[in-house]
Design a protein around this ligand. Structure first.
Ligand code: SAH
Length: 222
C-alpha cells in the first residue's frame, strides 16, 4: 500500500501555491487556509509528486483530471459555503475538491460516474479524516433524490445545459455553481444559479474555464 508523507518541501510548495492564488485574485482566507492544509500530492500519482503544487490540472486516470487549484478556490468561493450546509458535488474525481468543502464545515455528498475512480477513493486512507463526506457511485445528472434538498450544488464537470433534476434538488434560497458550454464544447462559462424562495432562478455569469465533460450514465470500468 502507498505510504503518504507530507514533507517540509511539500509544505513550502503549498505556501508558494497560496501566494500564486492570492496574485490571481483569491482573497477568501478560509479557502486559502483549507488549500494550504491539504496535501494535494496525496490525490495524484506518485510520479507527479514534484509538480503537484503547480497551479494546473493533472491527469488522475480514466481520462479525468484533478481540477486546477485556482478553479477549486474560485468555485468554492462562488458557493459561499457556511458550516453545516448540505452540499452535493457532481464529479468526485480525485476527491480533492470535496475535502476542501469538508474543511469549511460542510456536509458533503459527492457522486462519481467512473467506477474505478469511485473504488480508488474507498481505499484512500487520507479520506478517513473526513467523516462528513459521503461518496456515491452514480450519474450526477440524477443527483441524489433520497438525500435532497441541498443547500448548495457544485458541478465540477462541463455541462451543456443546466440539469433540471439538480435544480429540483436545490433548497429555496440555494445556490448551484456550474460550468456551462458557451460557443462549443471547448470552454465553459462559470454560472452561479440562485433558486429564489418563489422558485424562480437568478443567473450570474463569471469567468470562462475548461473542464472535462459531464457525461450521462455510469461507467463500470471492467
Ligand atoms: N472535483 C474533482 C474534479 C474531477 S474532474 C476533483 O477535485 O478532482 C470531473 C469528474 O466528473 C470526473 O472524475 C468525471 O468522471 C466526473 N463526471 C463526469 N460526468 C459525471 C456525471 N454525470 N456524474 C458523476 N460524475 C461525473
Amino acid at each position: 500500500m502507498r505510504k503518504y508523507e507530507d514533507e517540509y518541501r511539500h509544505k513550502g510548495l503549498r505556501r508558494e501555491l497560496i501566494d500564486t492564488l492570492r496574485k490571481k485574485g483569491i482573497t477568501n482566507e478560509k479557502i486559502l487556509s483549507a488549500i494550504n492544509n491539504t496535501p494535494r500530492h496525496f490525490f495524484m500519482d506518485l510520479a507527479l509528486d514534484r509538480i503537484a503544487y503547480e497551479d494546473r490540472a493533472f491527469p488522475i486516470g480514466e481520462g479525468q483530471t484533478i481540477s486546477q487549484p485556482y478553479t477549486v478556490a474560485y468555485q468554492t468561493d462562488l458557493l459561499r459555503v457556511e458550516p453545516f450546509e448540505k452540499i452535493l458535488e457532481i464529479g468526485t474525481g480525485s476527491a480533492y475538491q470535496c475535502c476542501i468543502l469538508a474543511q469549511l464545515g460542510a456536509q458533503v455528498y459527492t457522486i462519481e460516474r467512473q467506477k474505478k475512480l469511485f473504488d480508488r477513493n474507498r481505499n484512500f486512507e487520507y479520506l478517513k479524516k473526513f467523516p462528513s463526506i459521503k461518496f456515491f457511485y452514480g450519474d450526477g445528472y440524477e443527483g441524489l433524490p433520497t438525500y435532497a434538498p441541498f443547500d448548495k450544488i457544485l458541478v465540477t464537470a462541463a455541462a451543456n445545459s443546466i440539469p433540471e433534476k439538480l435544480i429540483d434538488q436545490l433548497k429555496p434560497g440555494g445556490i448551484m455553481v456550474i460550468p456551462v458550454d458557451e460557443g462549443g464544447e471547448d470552454v465553459q462559462r462559470m454560472l452561479r444559479i440562485t433558486k429564489q424562495t418563489d422558485g424562480t432562478l437568478e443567473e450570474e455569469k463569471f469567468e470562462m474555464f475548461s473542464f472535462v465533460r459531464m457525461n450521462k450514465g455510469k461507467v463500470n470500468g471492467n
